[in-house]
Design a protein around this ligand. Structure first.
Ligand code: NI
Length: 222
């Protein structure tokens, strides 16, 4: 048999099963300030994965079931079960145009339209960088936001702000500087610099109506 531990957390109690089936737990809202008898009486049972659905709605109590790993969101989670994300936003201005040297001039005009104009055009890009992790108990911070600001200044602003992305950013050499490719380059620049927490998402707006997200596994190309 495993072991049950209970942790009060505001209006809820988090019951954790540490035996077999440890990947499941239940978050039981407390009614009248106490654990419902019908729940506490069968507490072992409700934490067994196969029996949790049977308890849903039983006796009028709502039982929320969560996976223990991965992204956890919702009320009443204990700190060790939470994933916290912080985001810093910066803006930079840059010029670009789209051109594939393997296309004919006609193909380039057809595929890229006005964006193929070799004189380029500008955008005011907005970049949101999200770091995920647990707050350090001594500072309360996932990552020092001043440190993140300095990283963004060095890795993004100094490279890309007021630059022509087709000519002046070595990391984009040989790539069409689409919002997708710029965001992927920014991910690759930032990811090794984040020492507290981990880089969770890079979101790059080319305009208020268009943005690209890069996250682990879909944008960190070699
Ligand atoms: Ni453009």
């Amino acid at each position: 048999m495993g072991r049950i531990s209970a942790e009060a957390c505001g209006a809820c109690v988090v019951l954790t099963w540490t035996g077999s089936g440890a990947d499941r737990w239940a978050n039981v809202p407390i009614r009248n300030g106490a654990l419902p008898e019908s729940v506490s009486g069968g507490v072992h049972q409700i934490l067994l994965p196969r029996t949790v659905p049977l308890l849903r709605g039983a006796g009028g109590f709502v039982v929320e079931e969560h996976a223990r790993s991965g992204s956890l969101e919702g009320a009443g989670l204990s700190r060790k079960d939470c994933m916290i994300r912080i985001t810093r936003k910066i803006e930079f201005s840059a010029a670009h145009f789209y051109h594939n040297p393997n296309f004919s001039a006609e193909e380039n005009r057809r595929v890229f339209g006005k964006c193929n104009n070799p004189h380029g055009h500008g955008h005011n890009y907005v970049l949101e960088v999200t770091i995920a992790g647990e707050p350090d108990p001594t500072t309360g911070m996932v990552l020092d936001l001043k440190e993140l600001k300095d990283i963004l200044q060095t890795e993004v602003m100094e490279r890309m702000d007021h630059r022509h992305l087709n000519y002046e950013v070595p990391e984009l050499a040989g790539q069409i500087p689409t919002c997708e490719n710029i965001a992927a380059v920014i991910w690759k620049l930032l990811e090794p610099k984040i020492k507290s927490g981990r880089l969770d998402r890079v979101r790059l707006y080319e305009s208020p109506e268009l943005f690209v997200d890069v996250s682990a596994g879909n944008g960190a190309r070699a």
